[in-house]
Design a protein around this ligand. Structure first.
Ligand code: NAD
Length: 362
């Protein structure tokens, strides 16, 4: 028997989450490379369990990870269930535990209590701090698609996960050229050179539009009238420091405004970094659109923070393909592999900071 650690892909416990961090084709590649993988059964995952079995994975019951061998890396995407309280494994997923989020301290304490560790996928970065595996492209694609469908009166509610062919068919059918008094819709993507931005531009092109593309150079001296002269705005900017906003509430009352649908893919609504302080809460699959201005010139906002989950197959494939080489390095080098060492350092720093805060509080 091999003494190298194994991967254990758990079931996602969040309702409606159909994505997987490792798709069956990549599971087969890992198995071919000598990696042992156990995959939990899941009624909601978009990839049938049989495909993982065919790939050579061992199959386990949903939730079986808590009994996995201690050296197994437990791989997932979204939050862990509340039990077991003590976490003894190394967990690879999006923990959202380092920015003071709700429940962050309690989660880190669960790891400390069990001797496990969080290898947070958001902090799996290269030497320049660039994310190595991310869902951005499909987030931007879906966000821009929803904006088009909303602006053309084609958005159906509630939103449900779908295949790209269905979404693209809806985009092809959307009357983007007849809207706004017979003129083609004018769409602007800010952050167009980034992952989400590229996805957004591609979705707009699929809908027959030629988006205006702005990134850092174009917003350095913001031309707000030009911004307001677009029907659709898709914001995909990533900023980690507060900057002057792209829009303020008074801009929505401007006479010359053409803007009628905004999709804030970035969704920094409650943070100091929010570049669109014209709304105060995200929207969701049940109620994807919020009206910011009524009357004959309405403005509507879409701000959904789990956009890639709406295209689970494509989003999973892209993410898994990014993650695959990193998993191979993890198995061969452990967390000595530079990217995983960075991840582990981020966790250790957060745990130390948490225990210092607790000491001060005593
Ligand atoms: N809503 C969702 O479901 C969802 C999913 C994935 C990512 N996101 C969020 O989307 C955002 C973008 O993610 P990404 O992976 O595309 O990031 P990225 O780093 O690939 O791209 C960000 C882009 O923003 C540009 N930018 C930064 N500051 C700017 C400014 N002031 N003006 C114009 N452009 C500017 C950068 O140059 C870059 O091209 C992040 O905040 C991320 O958390 C949201």
């Amino acid at each position: 028997m091999s003494d190298t650690p194994q991967l254990w892909m758990r079931q996602e416990s969040r309702p409606g989450e159909r994505r997987a961090p490792i798709v069956p084709e990549d599971a087969a590649r890992l198995v071919d490379s000598g990696v042992r993988i156990t995959v939990e059964e899941s009624p909601q995952r978009v990839f049938p369990i049989a495909q993982y079995a065919e790939a050579g994975c061992r199959i386990a019951a949903a939730g079986g990870w808590s009994e996995a061998p201690s050296d197994a890396y437990v791989v997932g995407l979204k939050e862990l269930p509340p039990d077991p309280q003590e976490l003894r494994h190394q967990h690879i997923y999006f923990g959202h535990a380092y920015k003071g989020q709700k429940g962050a301290r309690a989660l880190l304490e669960r790891f400390s209590a069990g001797g496990g560790a969080l290898l947070d996928l958001e902090y799996l970065v290269d030497a320049n701090g660039r994310r190595l595996a991310a869902f951005g492209y499909w987030a931007g694609y879906v966000g821009a698609a929803l904006a088009v469908l909303n602006a053309t009166g084609r958005l159906t509610r509630p939103l449900v996960p779908l295949a790209r062919t269905e979404l693209d068919a809806a985009l092809h059918a959307a009357p983007t050229r007849q809207e706004a008094g017979g003129q083609a819709l004018r769409a602007l993507v800010i952050g167009a050179l980034g992952r989400c931005g590229q996805g957004a531009c591609d979705a707009l092109e699929t809908a027959g539009l030629a988006p205006t593309r702005w990134d850092l150079a174009e917003t350095a001296d913001l031309d707000r009238p030009a911004l307001l002269a677009h029907d659709l705005l898709v914001n995909t900017v990533l900023t980690t420091r507060p900057l002057p906003p792209f829009l303020t509430p008074s801009d929505l009352d401007a006479q010359e405004r053409r803007l009628s649908t905004i999709c804030d893919v970035t969704c920094d609504v409650t943070s100091d970094c929010n570049l669109l302080p014209v709304y105060d809460a995200i929207t969701d699959w049940e109620q994807p659109v919020r009206r910011l201005r009524d009357g004959d010139r309405p403005v509507e906002m879409i701000a959904i923070d789990n956009l890639p989950s709406l295209l689970p197959e494509e989003a999973s494939r892209a993410f898994s393909s990014d993650l695959l080489p990193q998993l191979l390095r993890l198995i061969s080098q452990g967390d000595d592999a530079p990217a995983w060492a960075r991840c582990r350092d981020t966790f250790d720093t957060a745990v130390r900071a948490g225990s210092q805060e607790s000491d001060h509080a005593r």
